[in-house]
Design a protein around this ligand. Structure first.
Ligand code: F6R
Length: 620
């Protein structure tokens, strides 16, 4: 959730830290701070609120620093205040720590530290780590032949051995100028090794502007970093060889390419992304192929059941996947909310394949579901956007989503990339299992050819009318979204997009379920968004929409071009070009993304950084 960055090298350290924080701010944005070693003096500057406030404060200082750590926060323990912002220091102010994750034995540790005379200034769990390191430092016998860097490393190891929970940390100590230590257990941390400079971050996006040569820390590894040194050790103190890899990933564009928000830019990127995915995966109209997939075809043939587990938008994509896998492969498939899947006692047998879907690859619940499956010797296939993420490293095989970096907190292009990959994967598996023959696959693939262009048409032709609709309904108190069949997840996704960025309550329902209760909500002030392309369940959806109209609901309809059924009924009609039924969700979701975006903008809200949310949810 929060973002960590640390740097040692010849550049202007404060500037490097601030630039990195700006790249990381989508991971958390309620407060931020930096600590630098100015000569051998530790200096900490932090602020509640956005990074520009910190940037302004930093203009009052001139530091001569060669190393520093930085953090942007999404509050877990304690309010988003300046005192709770990271970095946190010990009593003497000589150790500084930034941290992602949650310390579960927080109460016990804070009581113990207080009894031993430590004064805790914040309400955070992170501060405890600084005090634990301080204690360990004072316990270490410092003899002339033990260099300070070893004392520091040993102290951090000792502190971490007392913690239960999850962490990625970076820390500095006055006694070891120019040196930083990082460690991870359950939260991502990536080491970048440049020429005479090193960095450490929770996020690849902040490392790549410094270097593409990275080592991705495993759980229970520590790293000791300085301009000249990079040493990886296990939590037991054993030195390990770094496993460097060169990452070839497009950098997040720092600007919005002329769009007012990253979200809008990402909505408009979708046709190009889908075009790129199709060209990489199908090369013309070939059977889809996933080069990176390390699960062997022989393994994929044997499964008799599939469980998809994911959270939020990725779970909605999972429901789409369920519909396709059951329809085409006749394989029993469930789409589970990861936070439920991990805690109930699911039946997991070895003829089951678990598919874990995650844009970030760091969602705590999805990772826990993955680990649960693996602990029962069940194979896990990840669908993930971020290379090097925990999900991609822990799955038995990964299909990368190729959406490119997504910055807007509300997921848009990652969602359509998930849909198209689930569609292609279904065809791939159908071929592998001899359920679909080549002719059937080619005929289905031919329907994909115009998809990117149709997405462009929907986006470009709808923008003005969606803006009108947004103006009319911006003050509505709640919205309902209805759909059937393959577009049921579109209803859930449309509602989620609206509520997360505009703070208007919205719920998505299967249209057939609506009259079993939710229809009581319909009145003359209630906009009801109905997703009704002219597909195999159209007649049924149409009857449900009539029921809504009969109760005075205000209709906004997404349907297929040429369908005039709603001309007199609906206040707004958004149309999609005709397309193969199972691909309609890639088009119907587009006006709904735009609607959510435009309503939130009209309300003057920060679309890219909605309140209380963060891009990657690394706590449960
Ligand atoms: C909604 C949204 C979230 C994420 C969810 C899972 O727009 O972004 O609901 O989809 O937090 O995140 P990932 O896909 O990273 O596991």
């Amino acid at each position: 959730m929060c973002g960590i960055f640390a740097y040692a090298g010849p550049r202007d350290v404060v500037e490097v830290l601030l630039t990195a924080l700006k790249r990381l701010q989508y991971r958390g944005y309620d407060s931020c701070g930096i600590a630098v070693l100015d000569g051998d003096e530790l200096m900490v500057v932090k602020e509640a609120g956005p990074i520009d406030r910190l940037e302004k404060r930093l203009t009052q200082y001139t530091f001569q620093a060669r190393a520093g750590i930085a953090h942007t926060r999404w509050a877990t323990h304690g309010q988003p205040t300046t005192v709770n912002a990271h970095p946190h220091t010990d009593c003497s102010g000589t150790v500084a720590v930034v941290h992602n994750g949650v310390i579960e034995n927080y109460r016990e540790l804070s009581q113990r530290l207080t009894e031993r005379g430590h004064i805790l200034r914040s309400q955070t769990d992170t501060e405890l780590i600084a005090h634990l390191i301080e204690e360990a430092l004072s316990e270490q016998s410092r003899t002339e032949d033990v260099p300070n860097e070893q004392v520091f490393l040993q102290s951090v190891r000792q502190a971490l051995s007392q913690i239960s929970g999850t962490y990625a940390i970076a820390c500095l100590w006055e006694g070891a100028p120019g040196l930083m230590i990082g460690a991870r257990h359950g939260c991502p941390l990536i080491v970048g090794a440049g020429e005479q400079e090193v960095c450490l971050s929770s996020d690849l996006n902040a490392v790549l502007p410094i270097t593409r040569k990275v080592h991705i820390l495993n759980d229970d590894e520590l790293v000791l970093l300085s301009e000249k040194n990079l040493i990886i050790v296990s939590v037991t103190g054993q030195e390990l060889s770094p496993r460097f890899q060169v990452i070839d990933w497009q950098l997040v564009q720092e600007d919005r390419a002329g769009f007012p928000t990253f979200m809008l830019k990402e909505i408009y990127e979708q046709p190009d992304r889908i075009e790129e995915i199709l060209s990489q995966r199908c090369r013309g109209e070939q059977i889809p192929f996933f080069e990176e997939l390390t699960l062997r075809p022989s393994e994929l043939i044997g499964f008799r059941r599939i469980i998809i587990e994911a959270a939020g938008t990725s779970w909605h994509a999972g429901i789409y996947g369920k519909y396709l896998l059951e329809k085409y492969l006749r394989l029993p498939t469930e789409a589970e909310i990861a936070s439920e899947f991990r805690y109930r006692q699911p039946v997991l047998e070895q003829d089951t394949l678990v598919i874990a879907i995650s844009q970030s690859g760091e969602t705590a619940d999805t990772l826990a579901g993955l680990r649960q499956a693996k602990s029962r010797f069940v194979r896990v296939l990840g669908f993930c956007n971020v290379p090097g993420s925990t999900l991609s490293r822990e799955s038995d095989g990964t299909i990368f989503l190729l959406a490119g970096p997504e910055v807007g907190v509300a997921s848009t292009k990652a969602y359509t990339a998930q849909l198209i990959h689930l569609f292609l994967f279904t065809l791939y598996l159908g071929r592998l299992r001899w359920i679909l023959d080549e002719d059937q696959i080619r005929s289905i693939l031919s329907s994909l050819s115009g998809l990117p262009e149709k997405m462009r048409v929907v986006l470009e032709s709808h923008d003005p009318i969606v803006r009108d609709c947004a103006r009319r309904f911006q003050n509505a108190r709640h919205f309902l979204y209805l759909a059937r069949g393959i577009n049921y997840p579109t209803a859930l996704e449309g509602a989620l997009k609206l509520k997360e960025i505009s703070y208007i309550h919205a719920s998505g329902y299967a249209a057939g379920e609506f009259k079993h209760g939710p229809i009581a909500l319909v009145d003359k002030d209630c906009p009801v968004v109905c997703i009704a392309p002219t597909d195999s369940v159209y007649e049924k959806t149409f009857s449900n929409i009539e029921e809504v109209r009969a109760r005075g609901g205000r209709l906004i309809v997404v349907t297929t071009e040429g369908n005039s059924d709603f001309d007199q009924m609906a206040e707004f009609v958004f149309t999609i070009p005709p397309i193969f039924e199972d691909l309609t969700p890639l088009l119907t979701v587009l006006p709904l993304q735009l609607l959510a975006h435009h309503i939130a903008s009209l309300k003057g809200l920060d679309v890219d950084k909605p309140r209380n949310l963060a891009k990657s949810v690394t706590v449960e």
